[in-house]
Design a binder for this molecule. Sequence first.
Ligand SMILES: [Zn+2]
Length: 281
Amino acid sequence: MNLTEQQIERYSRHIILREIGGAGQEKLLAAKVLIIGAGGLGAPAALYLAAAGIGTLGIVDADVVDLSNLQRQIIHFTSDLGRQKVLSAEDKIKAINPDVTTALYEERATADNILSIIKDRDYDFIIDGTDNFQAKFLINDACVLAGKPFSHGGILRFDGQTFTHVPGSACYRCVFPEPPPAGSVPTCSQAGVLGVVAGMLGTIQAAEAVKSVLGIGKLLTNRMLIFNAADMEFRTVRFKKNPDCAVCGGRPSITELKDYEPAVCDIPGISDISAAERSVE
Ligand SMILES: [Zn+2]
């Protein structure tokens, strides 16, 4: 691939970085990132990845834009109310950067379709931008089985947490073996979320995707980044791969995907942080 004059100018602040250069920008343009959920996390991630020149962006979302989304899902505008989120997101991605090819999946990720979606374009990196635990466990298990790196993210109130899995590193199940009982954790709609927290976390996930594609820096593997925007405190909780993990351990019991029982209510992405801390050695 040869960068055009326009691309050299568009991506000049990347190209000037010693760690990226023209070759790195070409890698980004050849890269394929799948964003599952075009909501609070997926919106900022998609905008930044489009601007960065990720060549193919896949977007998975079955929902339409609702008025209560607009406080944080910044890829959707007031004029998009009632439109399918995948179409609304695609418009903004194309408006930011015509270099980007989009692949739209207007469906909810399930045990039946997630592996075929991941394989559809042979995505290089997956971003979990979902808002419920069933989806988070499904994405974890699918990415481990498919041997794909992914970024986990969860937000609630003023808190955010994120980590990155690559083949061989600890997975979500190494820390949280099973989803919490339905209804045991409040939701963003029940407990609220500061809109900018979604932006903070989604852009961290986008940064992990870019680093993973480029093979630069140190990914958030085997450690969970946890922050509280009210106190503006960030900390990292280290965790190890569990050799007995049900999906990534030596003798896995999960070898195919299944859908978890639908929750009684919609459960948000934030996990039980105290449980993560208990796993610190
Ligand atoms: Zn694991």
